[in-house]
Design a protein around this ligand. Structure first.
Ligand SMILES: Nc1ncnc2c1ncn2[C@@H]1O[C@H](COP(=O)(O)OP(=O)(O)OP(=O)(O)O)[C@@H](O)[C@H]1O
Length: 248
C-alpha cells in the first residue's frame, strides 16, 4: 500500500537549531495519528511540513509517492487536505456560510452545497445554529462549526492542531464522542496534535511521540502506551500518577 503522505530525510532548522529531524515517516489511509510530546518538541512544525504549509530545509514530503513543496503542490491536490486549529477562526457570516465556504471555493453546485452542509450540520448536531452569526457562538459551538467546515469537503487528510484544548471538560468530552463517531463514519485519515492523553486514547489508532524534534516512538496507540520507551514513560508518568483510572 502506498502511503498517502511520507517524509524523507526531513530536517527543519530555525537559526541553525535543528527543530525537526525525521529520517522517515509514513501516513496511511485510515490512520488516525495522534502526535504527543513536550512543548517545543516540534509537533506543529511536523504538521505544517506534512500538510505542505511549509518546506523542510532538507529532505522532502511526498504525497502519494510524489515530491512536492508548499509552492509547487497544485491547488487541486492541496484541496485534498483540511486543517483545523485550536482557534476556530470563523469568518463573519452565518454558521451555514462558514461550513459552506470550502465547497464554494471548489465551485460545487448550489444544491450540492446545501445538501452537504445540511448533512454536516446534522452530524455535528448544530442544525439549529445554521443561521446564527458565527461570532455569537460559544467556544464549543464554534469548534463544532470549525470541524464541520473542515470535514464537509471530504478531505483525504484532516490535520488538527489541539482542536479541543480550549473547551471545558464536559463540552470537550461530548464533542470528542461525537467527533469519534463522525470520523469513524467518514473514515477520514487524520493527523491530530494533542497534549491530552484522554483525547489521544479516545481518538487515535496510531501514536507518535516527538521529543526534541525526533520521533521517540511510533506505533499502534495501545502498543505504544503499554510498551513505552524510557523517555515516553517519563513523559507519561504524571498521567499515570494523577489519572490511575486510565488504562496505561
Ligand atoms: N517560525 C519560527 N520562528 C522561530 N522559532 C520557531 C519557528 N517555528 C518553530 N520554532 C521553534 O521550533 C521549535 C518547535 O516548535 P513547535 O511549535 O513545532 O513545537 P510544538 O511541539 O508544537 O510546541 P507546543 O506544544 O508548545 O505547541 C520550538 O523551539 C520553536 O520555538
Amino acid at each position: 500500500m502506498i502511503p498517502i503522505l511520507e517524509m524523507e530525510d526531513v530536517q527543519y532548522r530555525v537559526r541553525d537549531k535543528i527543530v525537526l529531524d525525521i529520517p522517515s515517516f509514513e501516513l496511511y489511509e485510515g490512520d488516525f495519528l495522534g502526535i504527543m510530546g513536550p512543548n517545543g518538541a516540534g509537533k506543529s512544525t511536523f504538521l505544517k511540513l506534512l500538510a505542505f504549509l511549509d518546506n523542510p530545509i532538507e529532505g522532502a514530503t511526498l504525497y502519494r509517492g510524489e515530491k512536492w513543496t508548499a509552492k509547487t503542490i497544485p491547488l487541486p491536490l492541496r484541496r485534498n487536505f483540511s486543517v483545523a486549529l485550536q482557534q476556530s477562526l470563523l469568518i463573519q457570516g452565518t454558521v451555514f456560510e462558514n461550513v459552506a465556504i470550502g465547497l464554494k471555493w471548489r465551485k460545487e453546485p448550489k444544491d450540492v452545497v446545501k445538501m452537504k452542509v445540511t448533512e454536516m450540520l446534522e452530524l455535528f448536531e448544530i442544525s439549529h445554529l445554521a443561521f446564527k452569526n458565527s461570532h455569537q457562538l460559544s467556544g464549543g459551538e464554534a469548534q463544532r462549526v470549525n470541524l464541520a467546515r473542515a470535514l464537509v469537503i471530504q478531505p483525504e487528510v484532516l490535520f488538527l492542531d489541539e482542536p479541543f484544548s480550549a473547551l471545558d471538560f464536559p463540552t470537550k468530552m461530548k464533542l470528542i464522542d461525537d467527533f469519534q463517531k463522525i470520523v469513524h463514519l467518514t473514515k477520514t485519515t487524520t493527523v491530530f496534535i494533542s497534549h491530552d492523553l484522554l483525547e489521544i486514547q479516545s481518538l487515535s489508532n496510531r501514536l507518535l511521540f516527538l521529543m526534541e524534534g525526533k520521533v521517540q516512538q511510533v506505533g499502534a496507540t495501545n502498543t505504544v502506551l503499554q510498551n513505552p520507551t524510557p523517555a515516553t514513560a517519563k513523559f507519561l508518568a504524571p498521567w499515570k500518577k494523577h489519572l490511575p483510572i486510565l488504562t496505561l
